[in-house]
Design a protein around this ligand. Structure first.
Ligand code: NDP
Ligand code: RET
Length: 302
């Protein structure tokens, strides 16, 4: 009896596999050209932001680089120019909304045109247990990872995208915006908020039938940029090693260029998102079993 059930499952698997690949082969998603787009990347002086700037440049886009670290941002601009691209670097703190609005006007005046793609990438984490964490660091994390999305997206650039019925809002959130673990309360709260902001905005644009403004929510697992130095799960290293930054950015670009609304990187992290539907206690047990309940200890104690 069990043999017959196994056979049945195997046959079902095969049928699903054939169907899925047939559909994919037939409906291969169109990769949109972005030569000539004006792409603004926040946090462009950092690990992922710098790679995004180069990947957009390789595909013919012109990039505007916003980062609070002017020297790191200039290094990114040089890398873009070495690729033969156009880079316009500005040093500003995206948590200061008046600065964001002012620099949005400066960009429009300097370049004589509107930003057509916005990559909300800047991010920070306090890296301390919440009871030890100074209020200012908590406020900074919420400011950079969440509130800045409002200033940049809604107030600075979205109105023009809607007027042109052309644009793309990319939010670099995190898997820790879809499920949580301990000792990163500031970060998880800010990334859950970023996910909520992004999805609500996406629903709003779709409800208004604003077809030309696309949205992509990017939720990566740990990426080896140094931001979460020390965070790892011995038991899961084989299955889920920290991501190479280049790999992470390439996967994100693949999603952005086919207007995919959501991408979790790697795909395996869609699973814990689904597990959130299970009873809380079962997640607690599986976290403990996988060692993911204490995965931040090496990071916050570093
Ligand atoms: N690294 C990881 O494991 C993961 C990261 N992410 C997300 O990806 C994004 C990029 O992360 P990553 O490249 O690793 O981080 P980095 O720290 O390498 O880069 C972040 C950049 O944002 C800049 N920044 C910080 N605060 C501000 C501010 N107020 N105004 C303007 N710029 C600011 C930083 O400048 P400075 O260095 O001076 O602070 C830095 O250049 C973040 O949103 C992060 O949350 C998502 C999943 C995993
Ligand atoms: C909690 C948890 C896991 C660990 C997740 C970790 C450790 C994520 C770290 C993400 C970071 C650092 C993102 C930064 O933006 C697993 C193993 C997927 C299993 C399911 C539950």
């Amino acid at each position: 009896m069990i043999f017959l059930m196994d056979l049945q499952m195997m046959l079902l698997d095969m049928i699903y596999f054939i169907l899925r690949n047939t559909v994919r082969a037939v409906l291969r998603p169109r990769i949109k050209p972005i030569d000539g787009e004006l792409v603004l990347i926040t946090g462009s002086g950092g690990g992922l932001g710098r790679l995004f700037a180069q990947e957009f440049t390789k595909r013919g886009a012109e990039v505007v680089l916003w980062d609070v670290d002017g020297a790191a941002n200039e290094r990114t601009a040089k890398l873009v120019r070495d690729l033969g691209g156009k880079a316009h670097a500005y040093t500003l703190d995206v948590t200061k909304r008046e600065e964001v609005y002012r620099y949005a006007d400066v960009v429009r005046k300097d370049l004589g045109r509107d930003v057509t793609m916005l990559v909300n990438n800047a991010g920070v984490v306090a890296g301390q247990r919440v009871l030890d964490c100074p209020d200012e660091l908590i406020e900074k994390t919420i400011g950079v990872n969440c509130l800045a999305l409002f200033w940049q997206t809604v107030k600075a650039f979205l109105p023009q995208m809607k007027a042109q019925d052309h644009g793309h809002i990319v939010t670099i959130a995190s898997v820790l915006g879809l499920f949580s673990t301990g000792c990163v309360e500031d970060y998880c709260a800010s990334k859950f908020a970023a996910v909520g902001f992004h999805e609500s905005l996406a629903h709003e644009l779709l409800a208004e039938e604003v077809e030309g403004v696309k949205t992509t929510l990017v939720c990566p697992y740990i990426v080896d940029t140094g931001m979460f130095e020390g965070c790892k799960i011995e038991e899961m290293e084989l299955v889920l090693p920290p991501l190479e930054p280049q790999y992470c950015v390439e996967q994100a670009m693949n999603a952005i260029l086919i207007d995919q609304p959501l991408v979790c990187i790697p795909r395996l992290t869609y699973l814990p998102v689904l597990c959130r539907l299970l009873p809380w206690e079962s997640n607690v047990v599986s976290y403990r079993f996988m060692g993911s309940d204490k995965c931040m200890y090496p990071f916050i104690e570093a």
